[in-house]
Design a protein around this ligand. Structure first.
Ligand code: ADP
Ligand code: GLC
Length: 489
């Protein structure tokens, strides 16, 4: 530790490799490590879910903490040298499976209570009121599950002064807001003073994410373009007015990726490792993938990969439509995903009708996700909005060219051959529109025949440095600024 180092408490609801439903887990698994490598003292606080405890046979007991919403036991596990504080309560420890949903794909009915309790625990740690004897300088919160933390901590502010750590709130996805009825809020016994128009109140509801947006000393999101987009009506999910008002506190920092896990040269999930220098070997992974998924083994078929939450956000409906329309082209589709049951059914129907050319795997499968990244020619991400997106960056690493919409982090990472031929690394369509996607795929089919140009794009893609170090340095800067911010008026 040096004089310049900060104590940072990272509060999150997912953490790769212990509990993951999407990119939030990957970010929370990597960024603390990158900050620690830069010299900061970082600890993560996470709910002690049933699934997490399977990875930690003997968590270290720290203390029992009494909170307004109940007692929790604070324990500790370690991940890659980072202390992970586990908030143990039966509503986390006794629920196997997904952290937010039951098996029937319904949110747990007590989610508001669970994450309010978690937020209260974070506030106790933040104020050094547990047996940890460690007071962070910064509490960095992520998404609605921790949105109450900046709000609750702000209650210690006076007009000139605050005795709490500075708060940073990162929006990974503004559409998930943690909104509850006012009655439900009151039943939780949460402070009524916070339930005001420039606080948690949101269209006659109480909004957890608004706690982060309205009260944090600094607000970030995961790309510069999404930071702009969310101040507009089209992408602001009703929060655009508040975000415009707090624009001076809002910035975008692009996510990095774990370049050890996502590395075609060393990836243990794939049979043939490769680099750009040995890019011809990528074809073996395509052959393996076609065989594993029982697709027709044709090196000339353009193999399109999709790994995604099956949600409206991701434009999966557009993909289904495009594949139907382009059924006479030599294309194949490999989908790995879970989520919306209607989309699942439509995808399965498509696969059943085209078994040689369409494969759909429903479920969460880390190993297959690596095989698709390595084996596909193109990765499809026609998202309606995308705060950052990680798979287009993983795809770049694997020389799998992304076809994306021009939104959020996709716009900030993918360069179309028509826009800048020299540095192009993929294909961009203007927006999530079925005709544009079909035209985009047709354009890619043509380019796929030109091996020299294709190699150039792969070369550009595989050279990009997506390591976390650059983003971590930006967060560190931001933390310093957060410490200077006066309390919210
Ligand atoms: P989001 O967080 O919106 O879902 P991202 O692109 O940021 O989107 O991150 C998604 C992450 O989850 C990636 O690491 C991706 O590989 C992974 N992922 C999504 N669905 C699956 C799945 N069914 N099986 C394995 N990994 C998945
Ligand atoms: C969210 C976003 C995704 C982003 C991820 C990690 O889930 O939907 O775009 O990459 O968070 O920040």
């Amino acid at each position: 530790m040096n004089n310049n180092s900060l104590k940072v408490l990272f509060a999150c609801s997912e953490l790769t490799p212990w509990v993951k439903t999407g990119g939030l887990a990957d970010v929370c698994g990597s960024l603390p490590q990158a900050l620690a490598e830069g010299g900061d003292d970082v600890r993560v606080v996470l709910p002690g879910y049933h699934s997490v405890l399977q990875h930690i046979p003997a968590p270290l007991f720290i203390s029992v903490v009494k909170l307004p919403l109940g007692s929790i036991t604070l324990c500790r596990g370690d991940l890659h040298g980072i202390q992970v504080l586990l908030v143990m309560h039966e509503s986390f420890t006794n629920r196997p499976g997904n952290p937010y949903m039951s098996d029937s794909d319904r949110p747990w009915p007590d989610n508001a209570r669970r994450f309010a309790l978690f937020s209260q625990a974070v506030c106790e740690i933040a104020q050094d009121r547990t047996d940890l004897h460690w007071q962070p300088d910064i509490v960095h919160c992520h998404d609605w599950q921790t949105g109450l933390v900046p709000a609750l901590l702000s209650q210690t502010d006076t007009e000139q002064h605050t005795s709490r750590p500075a708060t940073v709130f990162t929006i990974h996805n503004l559409a998930y807001q943690g909104n509850i009825m006012i009655d439900a809020y009151n039943r939780l016994g949460l402070p009524s003073e916070l339930l005001v128009q420039d606080g948690l109140e949101f269209w006659n509801q109480a909004s957890f994410i608004k706690g982060g947006i309205a009260f944090a000393d600094k607000i970030t999101t995961v790309s510069a373009t999404y930071a702009d987009e969310i101040t507009t009506k089209d992408f602001g999910c009703g929060m655009e007015g508040l975000l415009q008002y707090r624009r001076d506190r809002l910035s975008g920092i692009l996510n990095g990726i774990d370049t050890d896990i996502w590395n075609p040269e060393t990836d243990l999930h794939i049979n043939t490792n490769y680099t750009f220098g040995t890019i011809d070997k990528k074809a073996n992974n395509k052959k393996d993938l076609q065989a594993q998924l029982k697709l027709r083994e044709d090196p000339n078929a353009l193999l399109l990969g999709v790994i995604s939450r099956l949600a409206v956000q991701k434009g999966i409906d557009l993909i289904i439509d495009a594949i139907k329309q382009l059924k006479n082209e030599n294309i194949q589709l490999a989908v790995l995903g879970a989520g919306d049951s209607e989309l699942q059914q439509q995808l399965q129907k498509l696969a059943k009708a085209n078994p040689e050319n369409v494969s759909v795997e429903i479920g969460f499968n880390e190993s297959l996700s690596h095989k698709i990244e390595a084996g596909a020619d193109v990765f499809l991400m026609p998202s309606r909005y995308e705060p950052c997106g990680l798979n287009q960056m993983y795809s770049h690493r694997y020389g799998t060219l992304p076809l994306v919409t021009s939104v959020g982090g996709l716009a900030d990472t993918v360069i179309d051959i028509n826009d800048d031929p020299a540095s192009a690394n993929g294909f961009v369509i203007k927006s999530a529109n079925p005709v544009l996607l079909q035209q985009g795929i047709l354009r890619v089919i043509e380019l796929f025949k030109d091996k020299t140009r294709w190699r150039n794009l792969q070369n550009n893609a595989m050279q990009i440095n997506y390591s976390w170090a650059a983003s971590a340095a930006q967060y560190k800067n931001l933390y310093r600024q957060a410490l200077q911010e006066p309390p919210k008026q």
